[in-house]
Design a protein around this ligand. Structure first.
Ligand code: F2R
Ligand code: MG
Ligand code: MG
Length: 303
């Protein structure tokens, strides 16, 4: 299980770094390779790291502490390619608005349904993987720091549940059953419909149809089901899953980061190409955080 914790976090960072060069590119049928892989990751991994740091320091979820950890990390490296929403939330908090209220002020008071809360969720998925209802609750509470819209929070819970299931996959894995189980977990029609569409598309070879039906956008509902699909379709191999995710273009770093977190949770560190880990920025630090989360998990389970 320790290897799976490492695989999940490193897998997320590598997906992010592989997809970064393709983020925002329009769909194209041309395959992608790792030729543009520099190992440099973006806001997706930066926020995942902040989430892990806070969980470890507080020995569990603490919303206020996590908020300030996100803010401090962003202040140190604001150039990581953050979405527009989180820095606006951080500036509001720095100007005196409560961390509980700031995210509710965005997007005309609706809050954000961007995929920023889902892309960083791996550490919470790991720490709460064996308690689905607590996992849902903590995923929601972590999401609402920056993403107060129901669909932004639900995206985080759905991605967290997809990771938690991937940790437990055995030899009789069925991609159909996997997608259906997540579809039954979600409380949102938008996600359920997409996940059931994903079941129907498992044998589809035309990637343009995948993008048309599932989406490849920055909205959580147009990227979380897509990432889960990329894993389900390519579950036998980590590299195949993330390169497929990148090939869909659009929000490529984020879709590949989420696919990579799921595939890495399934295959563990050994399933990820060593050459990619060696080139990944701050790989040793990310591994250290994953090991500490694993230790924390065993400690919390024994008390
Ligand atoms: N920011 C980017 N990429 C663009 C620039 C990267 C470039 N390479 C660079 O280096 O500068 N990527 C990152 O942002 C995405 C995550 O975004 P997040 O954190 O969810 O932000 P936000 O602003 O909350 O939501 C994103 C967009 O979703 C739409 N949206 C959200 N809520 C909405 C609402 N209630 N109504 C209407 N639209 C809503 C908006 O278009 C938001 O801008 C990831 O891709 C990450 O990699
Ligand atoms: Mg990014
Ligand atoms: Mg992105």
């Amino acid at each position: 299980m320790e290897s799976k914790f490492i695989g999940c976090m490193i897998g997320c960072a590598i997906g992010d770094a592989l997809g970064a060069a393709y983020e925002g590119c329009p769909f194209s049928n041309v395959d992608v390779t790792d030729v543009a892989f520099t190992g440099r990751w973006t806001d997706d991994t930066h926020m995942m790291i902040g989430m892990a740091e806070s969980l470890i320091e507080c020995r569990g979820f603490n919303g206020e502490h996590m908020t300030w950890t996100f803010i401090r990390n962003w202040q140190k490296e604001p150039w990581r390619g953050y979405g527009p929403g989180p820095p606006r939330v951080f500036r509001l908090i720095l100007s005196g608005v409560s961390w509980r209220e700031a995210a509710k002020k965005l997007y005309g008071g609706m809050g954000s349904f961007g995929n920023g809360a889902a892309m960083r969720i791996a550490p919470i998925a790991l720490l709460y993987h064996d308690k689905p209802e607590e996992l849902r609750e903590v995923a929601y509470r972590s999401a609402e720091i920056t993403h107060a819209h129901e669909l932004g929070m639900e995206g985080a819970a759905v991605q967290a549940y997809a990771i938690s299931l991937a940790l437990k996959i055995n030899k009789e894995f069925s991609p159909e059953e996997y997608l259906k189980e997540i579809a039954y977990f979600t409380r949102s029609r938008a996600y359920r419909d997409k996940l059931l569409t994903a079941v129907r598309l498992l044998d589809e070879r035309n990637r343009r149809i995948i993008v048309k039906e599932l989406g490849n956008g920055v909205e959580a509902f147009n990227s979380v089901p897509t990432a889960i699909y990329c894993f389900a379709k390519n579950h036998e191999d980590y590299a195949k899953a993330v390169l497929y995710a990148v090939s869909l273009r659009g929000d490529a770093d984020t879709i590949a980061a989420m696919t990579g977190a799921i595939a890495g949770a399934h295959h563990g560190e050994e399933g990820i190409p060593r050459a990619w880990i060696e080139r990944l920025e701050r790989a040793e630090y990310i591994k250290k955080l994953a090991r500490e989360l694993w230790k924390l998990k065993t400690l919390l389970s024994s008390t």
